[in-house]
Design a protein around this ligand. Structure first.
Ligand code: GUN
Length: 280
């Protein structure tokens, strides 16, 4: 079984991105800039944002975090986004989710200029991805996609099953794999026989937030299994895949932690650089 070392693959990607930033700097005398807006003081968000900044600095991007208290008015955020949209030192804008209840997430996402939408959440980017046009691609599925391609470069005709239909992962992941000529099934909580669907899969991407949902006897021999889950349990952090069982049948499997997580952040940096290049 191949243990897919997301930490190592992300480090290699950051190394490539660092090289690219230094070339862009030489060519344009400017580096791509990422601005993150963080509202409130939720611990996980604080940690994510700190990691994003650390990685951005490591590859040589300009990075800025703008913090607001939990009670900030929606208009203040929308005005700041409008200002960042016009600022040509800012290549990418990310508003850390989740947002406080009084702020309309959709309005925030739609205020970010599609050309600076490093999350790929704007409906324009969602639409472009689904039409197969150039777009920003959400960082987590992009990271999963790059991991799958490391294991298997030709995905044509493979049967891929998404466990979970979220806008954050299942749906964009399905689009990326469809582009690679996979036959894609998107399953969800109302799927009649999830085990039977998974057993058909050459590739499984699990992103539902249910600890160890995907069992060993759900997985075909030699399948590639990507675990997006991060679940806090009595046993500690576990994914959406029963790691010990599945590792006995799968061809390749991502660990949690150290699989998809590091790739998500590396892909955010990649998206920031892509936005910069498209703006030139
Ligand atoms: N919070 C957790 N994951 C994400 C993400 O990918 N993007 C944003 N904006 N917020 C998040």
């Amino acid at each position: 079984m191949i243990l897919i070392d997301g930490k190592k693959i992300a480090a290699e990607l950051r190394e490539e991105l660092k090289q690219e930033v230094s070339e862009l700097k030489a060519k344009h005398n400017k580096v791509p800039g990422l601005t993150v807006i963080l509202i409130g003081d939720m611990a996980p968000s604080q940690i994510y944002v700190r990691n994003k900044e650390k990685s951005a600095n490591e590859v040589g991007l300009k990075s800025e975090i703008i913090k607001y208290p939990e009670a900030v008015e929606e208009k203040t955020i929308l005005d700041k986004i409008e200002e960042l949209n016009k600022d040509d030192t800012v290549s990418g804008i990310l508003v850390q989710l989740p947002l406080p209840k009084h702020i309309d997430k959709q309005k925030v996402i739609e205020t970010i200029a599609p050309s600076k939408d490093v999350d790929g959440f704007h409906p324009m980017n969602v639409g472009n991805l689904s039409a197969g046009y150039e777009s920003s691609v959400p960082c987590t599925p992009l990271g999963c996609y790059l991991l799958i391609k490391k294991i298997e470069s030709n995905l044509s005709g493979k049967k891929a099953v998404m466990v979970g239909r979220s806008n954050l992962n299942g749906k964009p992941m399905a689009q990326l794999l469809l582009k690679e000529n996979c036959t894609v099934t998107i399953t969800h909580s109302r799927t009649k026989d999830l085990k039977a669907e998974c057993l058909e899969a050459d590739i499984i991407v699990a992103a539902v937030g249910i600890p160890e949902l995907v069992k060993g006897d759900w997985v075909k021999k030699d399948a590639i299994v990507i675990d997006v889950g991060i679940n806090k349990t009595d046993k500690g952090i576990v994914g959406d895949v029963a790691f010990d069982e599945v590792s006995k049948v799968a061809k390749a499997l991502t660990p949690v932690p150290g699989g998809v997580g590091p790739m998500t952040i590396a892909c955010l940096l990649k998206n920031t650089i892509e936005c910069f290049k498209r703006s030139r």
